[in-house]
Design a binder for this molecule. Structure first.
Ligand code: MN
Length: 241
């Protein structure tokens, strides 16, 4: 007799993000958008589209759900000498969608709420991969690479376009942009993802970062803000040995 219901290694807990007002958001997948602000695309040496008609398709990559960090501290990761910050709007999905095209209202209706995230990046590894046309995983999808704030239900955020995303490091302003500068806005991105994946309640989407990405050192304190609505605090701790 075999007992296939018996786990042969311990099952790990589902990563969760706290929600303002109570409860927590169990994380299924973390989708990330590359090059979604023209100023950042240019600083990375990529061409920025001159108009919506020329923007082509967004660049997507994923991080594992257990890359989430909610405790206010992420360890400086191994294998890099160039850890960089990317402050991003995070969209939390509250409904499933079968694969297919979504109109703007249907896309917006999937949104549970918003948070802030740091897309921590081992830039040296990402740059080496890009140069060889290899995948970005080691540069992007490592342990503790996705610090996030609490989530705010969408009804408490309202219209995103006039909101300003910013990041200070040790009190100095490093990144700042209005969200009307997104090349693909939230319905655009959810529609594009939905043509490629079955979206699920529990998915998070990191929407891409504006210009100003730069190296971090152990001991640095990052503070992200979305106006006065959301704050993300993350200290970079010494490497774990
Ligand atoms: Mn990013």
């Amino acid at each position: 007799m075999t007992d296939a219901s018996r786990d042969v290694v311990p099952a790990l807990p589902c990563p969760r993000v706290p929600v303002r007002g109570g409860g927590s958001f169990p994380v299924h997948r973390i989708y990330c958008v590359g090059r979604n602000f023209a100023d950042h695309a240019r600083e990375m040496g990529a061409a920025a589209p001159a108009s919506k008609a020329e923007r082509g398709q967004p660049v997507f990559f994923l991080k594992p759900a257990d890359a989430i960090v909610t405790g206010g501290e992420a360890a400086y990761p191994p294998g890099t000498a160039d850890l960089q910050h990317e402050i991003e709007l995070v969209v939390a999905l509250g409904r499933d969608a079968p694969p297919g095209v979504l109109d703007r209202d249907a896309a917006q209706s999937l949104v549970f709420g918003y948070g802030l995230g740091l897309d921590l990046t081992r830039r040296d590894l990402q740059s080496a991969a890009k140069a060889k046309s290899l995948p970005w995983d080691t540069g992007k999808a490592f342990d503790q690479s996705a610090p996030v704030s609490e989530l705010l239900p969408a009804g408490m955020v309202g219209e995103l376009a006039p909101r300003t995303l910013s990041l200070t490091v040790n009190g100095a302003l490093r990144q700042q942009s209005r969200l009307d500068q997104l090349i693909w806005d939230v319905p655009d991105i959810l529609n594009a993802l939905s043509t490629l994946y079955a979206l699920r309640a529990g998915d998070l989407v990191f929407m891409g970062t504006p210009a100003g990405v730069a190296p971090l050192q152990p001991g640095d304190t990052c503070v992200g803000r979305l106006d006065d609505l959301l704050e993300l605090h993350c200290r970079i701790a010494p490497p774990r040995v």
